[in-house]
Write a protein that binds this ligand. Structure first.
Ligand code: BG6
Ligand code: MG
Length: 961
C-alpha cells in the first residue's frame, strides 16, 4: 500500500458511520455519492419526513440518524417551503444486500471478525474487505469496491468479490431506492422505476425544481435475476452459488444523467458505451485520470505522515468536488457530500476555494469565477428585492445567484460577500486570466456591484467620509455593526476595480469618480491606540465574553452553550475577522499591527467556525509564531478526519479543506498571492519535523515546482521563460526549464540580553528590590524574583505589589521605583569591565570575528550606564533598551527593535536570554533563542547552556527557530 494515500476505517462502529459516510464520499464533479454501506444499516430509514428549521448552523443540532445516504448532481436544486432552494438528494443506487440462509450481512449485527475499509485518495477508489461468519456455517470473505469514474463522470462502478470456505447459496439484491428525502423534505413530484433488460433497474424522477433525473443500474453476474419492488424502490434479486476457492465476482454499474446536462443522453447510453470495457479497464482509465489531476496539485510533506494524509484528504475532496467545464455551478459549502448547508454557494468560493484552483488548475478556477458572472441576474434581483440598484450577491446562493439564506441576520447584513466576489474576479485576473478578464466578462459584475455599494453606503452629517452601517463581517457573532474593517477594505477594493474597469461595462465618468471617491473614503476603524485595528466601530466597548464562566465544555462550540444574545453583545468572535483582513492585505499592515491584532483578538476568538483555524495558522506563520501556526494547523487539518467528533458527518468542510492547502502554501511556504506580489514569493516557516514540503504551482501562466527543506529552497521553472521569484526576501530569477537553490539564511546577528547574560546585575536587582520590599513590609523572595527577570521596572514593581497589603497610588509607585533604582545604581557604581560574566568576552569577540552583527536587547533603562561600566559603551552595533520601548518582555518589541537597528530580519537573528520572559519575547519575535542560566531549565527551550562560558560559537550560530 502506498504510504500517505489511504484513509482507513479499521472496524465498523455505528457511532462513526455517518462521519465515514461523509469522509468517504466519491465523486466525479458531475456526480457524488456518500460512502454509505452497500447493505445499509438496520433502523436507519432514509425516507423520514421532518422539518428542518432555519437556524444558526454553529449551534444547530442535526437530526440524529445512524446513516445518511447522499446522491448529488451539482445544480439539481428544488424549492423548500422554509429553506428556499436546496440541493436535492437523489435516489440511492449503491445498494447491494447479501443473505445466506435468510441471514443478511449487517455490518453492525453480523459476526465480522475482520473488517477494513479504505479510501485510496490517489485513485479515488473505496474498498471494503470483511470476513463474514454466517450463522448457517460458511465463512465468506467479502470485498466491495467502488468508484465514480473520473474518466466517465456519469458512471459509478461497483464490484463485489465473494469467497466462501464451503459451498453455499447466497442471495444478492441490488437496485435503486428513490424513497429518499432532502433534509426531511420530498422533492420528487414524480418517480418512475422499472426493471430493465439486460438485468437492471431504471429510474426517472421529476423534481419540484423542474429537472428530470435519470438513473439506470445494471447487475453483471451469472444469476437468474428477478425484479422485485414497489413504487419508489426497485431491485433485482438473484441466487448465486459460491464454491470454495472459486471467487465470485459481481458488478453493479450505474449511470446518471439529467435534463440539465448540456447534451442530454440517457444513462443507457453511458452504460452501453462502457459495456465492452472490463471493470479493470474502466478502473485503469479512472486511476489514470486521477493521477493526472494529482500531478498538478499534490503537496508532499515529508517527516509528518499525519499532516501528509490530512492534506491529501483535503485535496482529494477539492479535486472531487469541482465540476469541470460547468460555470453554472460552483462548489457548495459541504463539497457535495451532505446537506448541512443545503448545497448552496458561499463566500467560501472566492476566499477559500478559488486559490487552490488558481494556483494548480486555472482552467477550473475559471468556472468558479464565471459562476458569479453567469449568476449576475440573480444578484441583480437580490439588490432589487432589497430596494437597491446594481447587484448584490447572495450570502447563500443557489445556482442562479438568488439569495436563499433563511436567516435574516446573515442574508441582510453579511454583505461582504458582494465585495468578496469582486475580489475573486480580480484574483483570477491577477493569477491567470489577465486584465482582459476584468474588462471583459467580469466588467458588468464590477459595475453592478459598484452601483449597489454606492447606494448601500451611508453618509453622516458633517462627516465627509462614507460609512457602511449595519453589516456583519466574517465574524458572525457581531451581527449589526458599523464600519466592519474587513468589509470596508474589501468594498473599497471592489469599488477601485469598478472605477478602473467599469467603463467597459458602461459606467459613466461620474459613476467612476464616485466609485473612486467612496473607495478612498471608507474608513478602517482604529482604537485610541492606533496600532490596534478595530473589527468595527466600538468593538472595544462590547461586553467581555466571560468564557471562564460560560464556556464550560471546550470540546463544543461556544454558541452551543450560550444564548445568541450573549454572542451578539459581547466581544466573542466566531472566527478570524481583522486577522483575515490582514492575511488578504499583508502589505497594508505592519508586523506590529498584525501582532497587536493577534494579541487582542485571539483571547476573544472561539473558533466556532471551521474556517477560523486555517486563517490563524497563516497569520501565525507571517508572524513566525511557529508554535501557534502548528497548533492552528493541527486544529484545521483534523476537522473532517476527526470521525470521533462528527467530522464530515454532515458533509465535507470543503472551505476548510481549501484552507488547509492555503496553510501549507501561503502559511508554511510563505507564498504571496498574485494580488499580493508580482513575483513568486517563498518565505518558508517549516514546522519542526517537516523535513520537506514540496508542491507544484502555476504562477501567472508559468509552471513551477517548489521544494522546501530546513536547509534550502529549490525552485524548478517548468516554463520556457524566466521565472521571477523572491526567496527569503531577495528578488531573483529562475532561468527557463531549470532549477535554482537558495540556502536558508544563516544567523547574521546575535541579540544579547544584558542582566544575567553579559553581567550578574540580576543579583543587584534582587538585592535592591529586597531592600525596598523589606522597608515596605511586603513579602518578597527569590521565587517571586524569578518572575521579575527580564521584566521592566514598573511591571516588576506591580508583581511585587501583588503581595502588598494596601494599594499604592501612581505617584507612590513612581517613588518606590525611584527608591529601588537609587539602591540599584549604587551597586552599579562599583562595576568594572571585570564584571563581564565568564565566557562573555570570548563569545562576543568570536562572533565579531565571524562577521556577526551584535546587539543588546534589554528591558533595563540602565543599560547604557551598565554597558559604559563594562567598557562596552560603543562595542555593540545596536542597543535597544528599556528607554526605547513601550512594552517590556515578554513582548517582543525590544528584540524586534534591536533587529531593525541591526538592519536584519527576525529570521536572521538569534537571541541569548536568561529569563523566561525573554525567551518568550524571542519566540514571539520569531527569533531563534539560546537560553542560559535559569532559563536553560525551561522545558520549552530548544538550545541551552549553563552560561556563555559553556557555549561554542558554532553551536550558537547553528540555533534555529
Ligand atoms: C531587566 C532585568 O533586564 O531590566 C529586570 O532583568 C529589571 O530585573 C529590568 O527589572 C528593568 O531594569 P531597570 O534597570 O530599568 O530598572
Ligand atoms: Mg536577563
Amino acid at each position: 500500500m502506498k504510504e500517505g494515500w489511504f484513509i482507513e476505517e479499521r472496524c465498523f462502529n455505528p457511532a462513526t458511520a455517518k462521519a465515514f459516510e461523509g469522509l468517504f464520499t466519491l465523486g466525479s464533479g458531475y456526480l457524488h455519492v456518500r460512502g454509505s454501506l452497500e447493505e445499509h444499516l438496520r433502523d436507519a430509514p432514509q425516507n423520514e419526513t421532518y422539518t428542518r428549521l432555519p437556524a444558526n448552523v454553529t449551534s444547530e443540532k442535526f437530526r440524529e440518524t445512524r446513516a445518511k445516504w447522499g446522491t448529488y448532481v451539482p445544480g439539481i436544486f428544488g424549492p423548500h417551503p422554509l429553506l428556499n432552494s436546496e440541493m436535492i438528494n437523489l435516489p440511492w443506487f449503491l445498494g447491494l444486500e447479501l443473505s445466506v440462509a435468510g441471514e443478511k450481512l449487517d455490518a453492525e449485527h453480523s459476526r465480522i471478525p475482520a473488517y477494513r475499509r479504505t479510501l485510496d485518495l490517489e485513485t479515488a477508489v473505496l474498498r471494503r474487505e470483511l470476513t463474514w461468519q454466517t450463522a448457517a456455517g460458511p465463512t465468506i470473505s467479502v470485498i466491495f469496491e467502488r468508484f465514480v469514474s473520473g474518466a466517465r463522470p456519469h458512471l459509478c462502478l461497483q464490484r463485489l468479490t465473494l469467497r466462501s470456505d464451503r459451498s453455499t447459496e447466497i442471495t444478492i439484491r441490488g437496485g435503486i431506492d428513490a424513497d429518499v428525502r432532502t433534509n426531511g423534505y420530498d422533492h420528487f413530484r414524480e418517480t418512475r422505476l422499472s426493471p430493465t433488460d439486460p438485468a437492471g433497474v431504471r429510474c426517472m424522477v421529476q423534481t419540484d425544481g423542474g429537472d428530470e433525473v435519470f438513473i439506470e443500474t445494471r447487475l453483471i453476474g451469472a444469476a437468474d435475476w428477478r425484479p422485485e419492488g414497489e413504487s419508489r424502490r426497485w431491485a433485482l434479486v438473484g441466487e448465486l452459488c459460491l464454491h470454495p476457492d472459486q471467487p465470485l465476482l459481481l458488478e453493479k454499474r450505474t449511470a446518471v444523467s439529467t435534463s440539465r446536462d448540456p447534451a442530454v443522453l440517457t444513462p443507457a447510453h453511458y452504460l452501453d458505451e462502457a459495456a465492452a470495457a472490463s471493470f479493470d479497464t474502466l478502473h485503469a482509465e479512472h486511476a489514470e485520470h486521477w493521477r493526472n489531476r494529482w500531478r498538478s496539485c499534490d503537496v508532499r510533506v515529508e517527516g509528518d505522515p499525519e499532516s501528509q494524509l490530512a492534506l491529501r484528504a483535503s485535496l482529494y475532496h477539492l479535486l472531487r468536488a469541482h465540476v469541470a467545464d460547468d460555470p453554472r455551478v460552483a462548489i457548495d459549502a459541504k463539497g457535495f457530500a451532505g446537506e448541512a448547508y443545503w448545497g448552496r454557494f458561499f463566500w467560501d468560493t472566492e476566499m477559500y476555494l478559488l486559490p487552490f484552483f488558481l494556483y494548480t488548475d486555472p482552467a477550473r478556477a475559471r468556472t468558479l469565477v464565471d459562476f458569479r458572472v453567469q449568476s449576475l441576474a440573480g444578484a441583480k434581483a437580490n439588490a432589487q428585492r432589497y430596494g437597491y440598484a446594481g447587484a448584490r450577491y447572495a450570502w447563500e446562493s443557489d445556482a442562479h445567484g438568488v439569495e436563499c439564506c433563511p436567516n435574516w441576520q446573515y442574508a441582510d447584513h453579511e454583505v461582504h460577500v458582494t465585495a468578496d466576489v469582486a475580489y475573486g474576479l480580480a484574483h483570477y485576473a491577477a493569477a491567470a486570466g489577465g486584465e482582459e478578464y476584468l474588462r471583459g466578462p467580469a466588467a458588468a459584475v464590477l459595475v453592478e456591484t459598484g452601483r449597489y455599494w454606492l447606494e448601500r453606503l451611508d453618509w453622516r452629517p458633517g462627516d465627509p467620509r462614507p460609512h457602511l452601517l449595519g453589516v456583519m463581517g466574517p465574524d458572525e457573532y457581531t451581527p449589526i455593526s458599523n464600519d466592519n474593517s474587513y468589509t470596508n477594505r474589501l468594498v473599497a477594493f471592489a469599488l477601485h476595480l469598478a472605477a478602473t474597469h467599469g467603463e467597459a461595462a458602461g459606467a459613466t465618468a461620474d459613476e467612476q469618480r464616485r466609485f473612486c471617491g467612496a473607495a478612498e473614503g471608507l474608513p478602517i476603524p482604529r482604537h485610541s491606540d492606533p496600532t490596534l485595528v478595530l473589527q468595527c466601530e466600538g468593538f472595544d466597548l462590547l461586553a467581555e465574553p466571560a468564557f471562564d464562566r460560560l464556556w464550560i465544555d471546550r470540546t463544543r462550540t461556544f454558541a452551543a452553550q450560550v444564548s445568541q444574545e450573549r454572542l451578539y453583545r459581547s466581544k466573542c468572535l466566531k472566527q478570524a475577522d481583522v486577522l483575515m483582513l490582514m492575511a488578504l492585505f499583508p502589505h497594508e499592515f505592519t508586523d506590529e499591527e498584525v501582532r497587536c491584532a493577534w494579541d487582542y483578538y485571539l483571547p476573544y476568538t472561539t473558533h466556532d467556525s471551521s474556517l477560523s483555524a486555517g486563517i490563524h495558522a497563516i497569520v501565525a506563520a507571517r508572524l513566525r509564531l511557529k508554535d501557534e501556526a502548528w497548533r492552528f494547523w493541527n486544529a484545521s487539518k483534523m476537522i473532517d478526519l476527526d470521525t470521533a467528533h462528527g467530522g464530515a458527518a454532515e458533509g465535507i468542510h470543503i472551505a476548510g479543506a481549501a484552507a488547509n492547502w492555503q496553510v501549507a502554501i501561503f502559511g508554511f511556504a510563505g507564498v504571496r498571492t498574485a494580488l499580493q506580489a508580482q513575483r513568486l514569493t517563498i518565505e518558508p516557516l517549516l514546522p519542526d519535523g517537516w523535513s520537506r514540503l514540496a508542491f507544484p504551482i502555476r504562477w501567472k501562466g508559468q509552471g513551477a515546482f517548489v521544494e522546501i527543506t530546513p536547509d534550502a529552497v529549490v525552485i524548478t521553472n517548468h516554463s520556457s521563460s524566466p521565472l521571477e521569484v523572491t526567496v527569503f526576501a531577495t528578488p531573483d530569477s529562475v532561468p527557463p526549464a531549470s532549477s535554482r537553490a537558495w540556502p536558508s539564511p544563516a544567523i547574521r546577528g546575535v541579540i544579547f540580553d544584558l542582566d544575567g547574560v553579559l553581567c550578574a546585575t540580576d543579583e543587584s536587582h534582587y538585592l535592591a528590590w529586597k531592600k525596598l520590599a523589606d522597608e515596605e513590609g511586603i513579602a518578597f523572595d527569590r521565587r517571586v524574583n524569578e518572575r521579575l527577570k527580564g521584566v521592566g521596572r514598573m511591571d516588576s514593581l506591580d508583581i511585587i505589589l501583588e503581595k502588598a497589603t494596601r494599594r499604592y497610588t501612581p505617584e507612590e509607585k513612581a517613588a518606590l521605583a525611584e527608591r529601588k533604582n537609587d539602591t540599584y545604581r549604587q551597586c552599579l557604581q562599583a562595576m568594572t569591565p571585570a564584571d563581564l560574566l565568564p565566557g562573555a568576552e570570548a563569545v562576543l569577540h568570536g562572533l565579531r570575528q565571524r562577521g556577526i552583527k551584535l546587539a543588546v536587547g534589554s528591558s533595563s533603562r540602565n543599560a547604557p550606564l551598565i554597558l559604559e561600566r563594562l567598557g562596552l559603551g560603543s562595542f555593540f552595533d545596536a542597543v535597544a533598551d528599556g528607554n526605547d520601548i513601550r512594552r517590556s518582555k515578554p513582548d517582543p518589541e525590544v528584540f524586534l527593535l534591536a533587529a531593525e537597528r541591526l538592519g536584519l530580519r527576525p529570521r536572521e537573528c538569534l537571541v541569548v536570554e536568561d529569563a523566561a520572559a525573554g525567551v518568550e519575547a524571542a519566540r514571539r519575535a520569531g527569533m531563534a533563542c539560546f537560553a542560559v542560566g535559569e532559563a536553560a531549565g525551561l522545558p520549552t527551550v530548544r538550545y541551552r547552556a549553563a552560561s556563555l562560558a559553556a557555549i561554542q560559537i558554532e553551536e550558537l550560530l547553528a540555533a534555529r527557530l
